[in-house]
Write a protein of this length. Structure first.
Length: 109
């Protein structure tokens, strides 16, 4: 019985990434191993799916909180990227102006 409970707990943690079909298959197997009634199996399935939804909602909220509070530090914004692209373009333009002058000086020498 402990093995089934352990599997259920671990399954609940991974429920975010699995489909309802996989959850149903797991519950059928767990129901056989633990000798649960069909009602208890359905209750287990409902609990697992609900825990999966809750875990997904919690993870989504945590991600949104991190992005809103520290997003600028973690992910450069579009404004930062645009600024860097402009600097690169300016440097490329300056370099293009310097290269012909360097070639002319080399040819004169």
């Amino acid at each position: 019985m402990l093995n089934v409970l352990e599997k259920s707990f671990l399954f609940g943690l991974g429920a975010i990434a699995i489909s309802k079909n996989k959850a149903e298959a797991f519950v059928r197997e767990a129901t056989k191993e633990a000798k649960l009634s069909p009602e208890e199996g359905n209750q287990l399935l409902g609990t697992i799916l609900e825990e999966g939804k809750n875990a997904k909602a919690s993870l989504t909220a945590t991600i949104e909180e991190v992005i809103s509070s520290r997003g600028q530090a973690l992910i450069p914004g579009y404004k930062s990227i645009a600024c860097l692209e402009k600097k690169i373009a300016d440097l490329e333009e300056r370099l293009a102006k310097l290269e012909p002058a360097a070639n002319t000086k080399a040819a004169d020498a």
